[in-house]
Design a protein around this ligand. Structure first.
Ligand SMILES: Nc1ncnc2c1ncn2[C@@H]1O[C@H](COP(=O)(O)OP(=O)(O)OP(=O)(O)O)[C@@H](O)[C@H]1O
Ligand SMILES: [Mg+2]
Length: 362
């Protein structure tokens, strides 16, 4: 029988480029990093958030569990991208039970898919009549006629893909989260400063933005940008395979004359990302004129692209730092090389956020 506390979950971030696994133990002294692992996937295994190669992905997951000798089979994982809609909507105030009954109809206009094709979830952010007495929660205007609801809609086929791939690997999906919220969870656990922040995750195929204030999400957006744009540009520019292009991207190229071309590719792709982020932040500024974003925290493997942080800072005028999801965890340096963890930190953010979910969490 597995020796793990009943409510603990393994955080598994199944990305299109790589799968990241994090296990965290709760102890009297605090949260301990117990396991971290990453395994790469071939480029066609997951495309636009949907799993194309079930066998390849599930055996990669199985290998990861075997190599790290993980016993816990209960998983928190997440989905993102085109098939997931996360949207804050404003409705006339109603009780939760009433909202539950009408959310399908309310949601319909915000969802670009047939309502029968999606799984719906919601969270009341502010407002919401209390059946008995008026709640005095912070930020709630007494007698307010409006309520804010965070709507999450995920296409059923994508959800089924993720549940099936875990099933195939002999695992149970206990929590199915959204990348943006897992990222937020990792950020909140690693920082104790309240305020207004923008969390930006640049992976291989997705660029996710989550603007938050005092642990509440103001705005999220996922766009189809990421490190694969660079890999693809390198593939066509140098006529090399995907694997070869990934190596060139990471600086394993020998030819001096190629460096200029590489730099041009970096600059042109990174400026697209920066413009996309800037558009989102401008939108946030327009919607919440009283809020000022103090800092942008970047994560995801592609935030390591040289000068990305510098350009982002220059264009937005906001200071940029790397998100370190391991910051408040107890690390045994005999088990984890601090330099390796520091390098992996931004790429591990979503997985850490997932590992912090426990059974019973939404
Ligand atoms: N040092 C580095 N320099 C540049 N790019 C890097 C570096 N390390 C990793 N990357 C890129 O980061 C990407 C992988 O990041 P990550 O693991 O966050 O993506 P993912 O979660 O698998 O993808 P997605 O979430 O978009 O589906 C790849 O495109 C990879 O080439
Ligand atoms: Mg990712």
């Amino acid at each position: 029988m597995a020796i793990h506390k009943k409510n603990q979950l393994i955080g598994l971030d199944i990305g299109s480029h790589s799968i990241k696994l994090v296990e965290i133990d709760d102890s009297k002294k605090g949260r301990i990093l117990k396991n971290f692992g990453i395994v790469g996937l071939p480029s066609d295994a997951i495309v636009e958030g949907s799993i194309k190669e079930m066998e390849i992905v599930s055996s990669a997951i199985k290998d990861l569990f075997k190599n790290l000798k993980i016993k816990n089979r209960n998983i928190a994982t997440s989905i993102s991208g085109f098939s997931v809609i996360v949207k804050k909507i404003t409705l006339t105030n109603k009780e939760e039970s009433e909202l539950e009954a009408t959310i399908q109809d309310e949601a319909e206009q915000y969802i670009p898919f047939d309502i029968s094709e999606v799984n719906l979830d919601f969270d009341i952010m502010s407002g919401g009549s209390e059946p008995e007495e008026i709640s005095e929660e912070e930020g709630e205007k007494e007698g307010s006629e409006q309520m804010e609801v965070m709507l999450v809609a995920a296409k059923k086929d994508i959800v089924d893909d993720y549940v099936s791939v875990l099933d195939l690997a002999g695992l149970s999906s206990i929590v199915l989260d959204v990348d943006a919220f897992a990222l937020q969870n990792a950020f909140e656990a690693s920082s104790d400063k309240p305020g207004c922040y923008a969390l930006v995750n640049v992976g291989a195929e997705e660029l996710g933005i989550n603007a938050i204030k005092n642990d509440i999400s103001l705005f999220t957006r996922d766009s189809s940008f990421g490190g694969s744009q660079i890999t693809e540009a390198i593939m066509s520019q140098f006529s090399v395979s995907f694997e070869e292009a990934e190596k060139i991207k990471l600086g394993e190229t020998k030819k001096e004359k190629d460096k200029g071309i590489l730099e041009e590719i970096f600059v042109s792709v990174v400026s697209e990302w920066v413009q996309e982020i800037k558009r989102a932040l401008d939108f946030v500024a327009g919607t919440y004129p009283d809020e000022t974003i103090e800092k942008i925290l970047v994560s995801g493997g592609s935030c390591r692209i040289p000068d990305f942080r510098k350009y982002l800072e220059l264009e937005t005028g906001i200071s940029v730092a790397e998100l370190n999801p391991f910051a408040n965890l107890i690390i045994n340096e005999k088990l984890f090389d601090p330099r390796y963890l520091k390098y992996m930190a931004p790429q591990a953010a979503v997985a850490v956020g997932l590992a912090l979910r426990s059974i019973g969490d939404k």
